[in-house]
Design a protein around this ligand. Structure first.
Ligand code: FAD
Length: 326
């Protein structure tokens, strides 16, 4: 069987990424002539019915108190034991931070490699081929996966597979892994509700600042501008490293990848690790003193100047126009 690692959201519904993982697992299973099985953590809930409709023949439910807050190492340990027992030709999961880490633990336990950030998986007689995103998605790599069990994580938006009919029935197996308290390397200590309203991911306009802003106080004018244009503030890693902004504001490879209608990059050079986070913006306006900065040369529009002069002038002009209208 092809084993799909599936996850549920706070309401118990299958996540969108897991639906894609299942679809890819189903496509692989059809090519290999084997069934699809799924593995999830916790109680069954509506999951068996939902999975049966998606052509899944068996569900393995991992249940252990450490799996609730024990971090990826616990899931990886439990998954590794299950995979060692089932020996499926492939184990597929979503390319999310914690899940990738759990897959890495599991693959290491089984003694095989893990291919992360796959956009395509092509089974072969022996070696399988995968296409993977590298450098945050600016490069695509074709690689060979040579192992008896192929572990792979899938980037969102992998090609949609063909439709399959529902499985006749789904077998549900409860698995209680043998985990002890020394397994968790990290522990979840608190869950916080995300603040209501716009986020970096959903805002139509992001006004982001980098080293050129110069200080935490320097972001006041970016906050003001974001408020006037209905956006939110973002930043580069220099700003988070310097303690000027929280990590939740960081755009980039190790921050959030965004696709707003407009990205204002103020005093940001456009290093690759930042660029991969904002390259899907519909339009980019760079404000920078350096006309050769990568962000300037790639931007839709650029203003060559000091953010401390340009941004207050833009804010003043917007305020003047708003006042004229009222
Ligand atoms: C593994 C790894 C992951 C990383 N992940 C991320 C990530 O997720 N996000 C991220 O942002 N970075 C990330 N980085 C860091 C990245 O490589 C850059 O160091 C960082 O993006 C640079 O931030 P910056 O553009 O603010 O600063 P700089 O590169 O120093 O650029 C500052 C820019 O401001 C301009 N400037 C200076 N003063 C002014 C002024 N007064 N007015 C106007 N312009 C001015 C300069 O001309 C320059 O272009 C990562 C690095 C690594 C190694």
């Amino acid at each position: 069987m092809v084993l799909a690692v599936v996850e549920r959201d706070g309401d118990g519904a299958l996540t969108a990424e897991s639906a894609e993982v299942l679809a890819t697992a189903r496509d692989l299973a059809e090519q290999l002539g084997v069934p699809v099985a799924a593995v999830a953590v916790g109680e069954a809930g509506d999951l068996p019915d939902d999975l049966a409709k998606r052509g899944v023949a068996a569900l393995h439910l991992l249940q252990h108190e450490l799996l609730a807050d024990g971090g990826p190492a616990c899931l990886g340990e439990a998954l590794g034991v299950l995979v060692a027992a089932l020996r499926p030709p492939a184990v597929i999961a979503a390319d999310r931070d914690g899940t990738v880490e759990a897959m890495a633990w599991a693959a290491a336990a089984v003694g095989v490699p893990l291919a992360t950030a796959c956009t395509e998986i092509r089974p072969g007689a022996g070696e399988w081929e995968v296409t993977r995103e590298r450098s945050g998605g600016v490069l695509l790599e074709d690689a060979v996966l040579d192992a008896p069990v192929r572990f792979a994580t899938l980037r969102p938006g992998a090609p949609a597979p063909s439709e399959t009919g529902a499985a006749a029935e789904i077998a549900v197996h409860v698995v209680v892994p043998d985990l002890d308290a020394s397994v968790p390397r990290a522990r979840l200590v608190e869950r916080r509700q995300r603040a209501a309203g716009m986020t970096l991911s959903t805002a139509p306009v992001v006004v982001a600042g980098g080293r050129g802003v110069g200080s935490a106080e320097g972001y006041a004018v970016l906050e003001e501008l974001a408020g006037l244009v209905g956006g939110v503030v973002g930043c580069s890693r220099v700003a988070t490293n310097n303690g000027w902004r929280p990590h939740s504001d960081q755009v980039g490879l190790t921050g959030t990848r965004i696709s707003p209608d407009l990205y204002l990059a103020c005093g940001i050079s456009g290093a690759t690790q930042h660029w991969v986070g904002c390259m899907n913006a519909r339009a980019i306006l760079a404000v920078n003193t350096d006309p050769e900065a990568p962000m300037v040369t790639r931007a839709t529009w650029a203003v060559i100047g000091d953010v401390h002069a340009v941004l207050p002038a833009v804010v003043a002009e917007i305020r003047r126009r708003v006042d004229d209208r009222s």
